[in-house]
Design a protein around this ligand. Structure first.
Ligand SMILES: N[C@@H](CCC(=O)N[C@@H](CS)C(=O)NCC(=O)O)C(=O)O
Length: 226
């Protein structure tokens, strides 16, 4: 079944990683996996543009179905392979509401994290301001504390939307892992640290861990003091 699926992806890209985790959880190993190089601008190649006119990854195709947005691809896989692998959307209305709430809040976390760790990438040299980066960092700290509080409330050993692993973990974990890769301290954020450690043991996470993180075990220290 998975042979008619193609995923074009980049190492360390949280949106790509979401789709890879979903594919693993839904037991769809064996898909055509094409790792592209951002350095070589392969995400702007014709191969990508043919599927995704934005020239972005993930670019995902299943048979004739193209679904590139990472959240959309994850929902598509869950709905198409509902009874296969891990059930990612709980049945209970309250559990479902929390799952949706947290997964979309995850986009705020991702934006706020990106505004700090990719500040130099997004803002041209002449337009960078220390005050802006400081403000972005404060905004990120507020956001991280919110997530720390959510996990605290759920109790130890919890996932992001409750006691069970859900779609929220599929889409938000890559952002949490990226924060730690950029030096976030598990000492300052112990609940997020414990969640990160718990998730690192999960087979779908191990199988999809960014290859360049494995090659170079040491990440950046951008967030070490926040
Ligand atoms: N909203 C998209 C975002 C995809 C995205 O931003 N991909 C990045 C890699 S993390 C990319 O391809 N950037 C290159 C570009 O925008 O030119 C999704 O969630 O799939």
């Amino acid at each position: 079944m998975a042979q008619d699926m193609t995923l074009l992806w980049g190492s360390g890209s949280p949106p790509c990683w979401r789709v890879m985790i979903a594919l693993e959880e839904k037991k769809l190993q064996g898909y055509n996996s094409r790792l592209l190089s951002f350095d070589k601008m392969e995400h702007k190649s014709q191969q990508v543009l043919d599927i995704n006119p934005r020239g972005q990854v993930p670019s995902f195709k299943h048979g004739n179905v193209v679904v590139n947005e990472s959240y959309a691809a994850c929902f598509y896989l869950e709905s198409r392979f509902k009874s296969q692998g891990t059930k990612l959307i709980p049945d209970g209305p309250e559990e479902q509401a929390l799952m949706y709430q947290r997964m979309f809040e995850g986009l705020s976390l991702y934006d706020k994290l990106s505004a700090v760790i990719f500040y130099d990438y997004y803002v041209p040299e002449g337009e960078r301001l220390e005050s802006a980066l400081k403000r972005n960092t404060e905004t990120l700290v507020t956001e991280l504390k919110l997530w720390e509080g959510y996990l605290e409330k759920l109790g130890s050993g919890s996932y992001l939307a409750g006691k069970d692993f859900t779609m929220t973990d599929v889409v938000v974990f890559p952002t949490v892992a990226t924060a730690f890769r950029f030096g976030l301290s598990a000492g300052r954020y112990p609940k997020l640290g414990a969640y990160h450690a718990l998730m690192k043991e999960r087979p779908s996470i191990k199988a999809s861990w960014p290859p360049h993180w494995l090659e170079n075990l040491k990440g950046q220290d951008t967030l070490k003091d926040i």
